[in-house]
Design a protein around this ligand. Structure first.
Ligand code: PRP
Ligand code: URA
Length: 213
């Protein structure tokens, strides 16, 4: 479902809704949480790949030769924002097994809430690739905006951002900062709390994926 802006897709599929409910539940353990994040990445990724270009090849079926569609065009790059974005990589690699994977390491300073970059490595050259930046949580939007700034400075042009849950504030800020980027959201939540955690949210995605606290 496009949210009166053709660059923002908010998922309305019952499977995604069901799985996000499981993630929200604080009794869902690390193993199950990680598996569900991967499944949601596949389901949101399926939408994000809808406009992949096709080309045609001749294929011999047991009955005749026919011209059949195959994926064409650009190569892909998946770029998780560490740590929590790592949880979405496996799901997207199942859809795009030949994609290269870059990494952007960033954590939010707990006082200022500003993203602090600590590691960046992108597949080179990045400019010809269709890029999928992934992070389960879009809260204030600071981390996603900074990561995409870096990718653009490195030459990236065709950029998509995928998340599991977004807060209205982060979604609006990201769409304003990078109006050319397509944003795919599993669910749009209600608000942020005073520590910029998403409400109702699912808590700290990185801690829940990796079992840290
Ligand atoms: C979380 C999350 C995002 C960021 C979102 O990461 O995975 O990267 O916060 O917040 P923002 O939209 O306000 O920038 P965190 O900084 O907790 O690091 P971690 O993944 O290493 O736990
Ligand atoms: N990062 C998280 O992991 N969870 C939130 O709710 C906000 C930022």
């Amino acid at each position: 479902m496009y949210n009166n802006n053709e660059k923002i897709f908010i998922c309305d599929h019952p499977l995604v809704k069901h799985k996000i409910t499981m993630l929200r539940d604080k009794s869902t353990g690390t193993n199950e949480f990680r598996a569900i994040v991967e499944e949601i990445a596949m389901l949101v990724g399926y939408e994000a790949l809808r406009d992949l270009e096709l080309t045609y090849v001749d294929v011999e079926t047991p009955l005749e030769t026919c011209s059949c569609p195959v994926i064409a065009g650009k190569k892909q790059a998946i770029v998780p924002i560490l740590r929590a974005g790592l949880g979405m990589v496996g799901g997207l690699l199942k859809l795009m097994p030949t994609a290269k994977v870059g990494h952007i390491g960033m954590y939010r300073d707990e006082e200022t809430l500003e993203p602090q970059p600590y590691y960046c490595k992108l597949p080179s050259p990045i400019d010809q690739r269709k890029i999928f930046v992934v992070d389960p949580m879009l809260a204030t939007g600071g981390s996603a905006i900074e990561a995409i700034d870096f990718i653009k400075k490195s030459g990236g042009k065709d950029i998509n951002f995928l998340c599991v849950i977004a807060a209205p504030q982060g979604l609006e800020r990201l769409a304003k900062a990078h109006p050319d980027v397509k944003i795919y959201v599993g669910n749009l939540d209600r608000d942020l709390n005073e520590h910029a955690y998403i409400l109702p949210g699912l808590g700290d995605a990185g801690d829940r994926i990796f079992g840290t606290k």
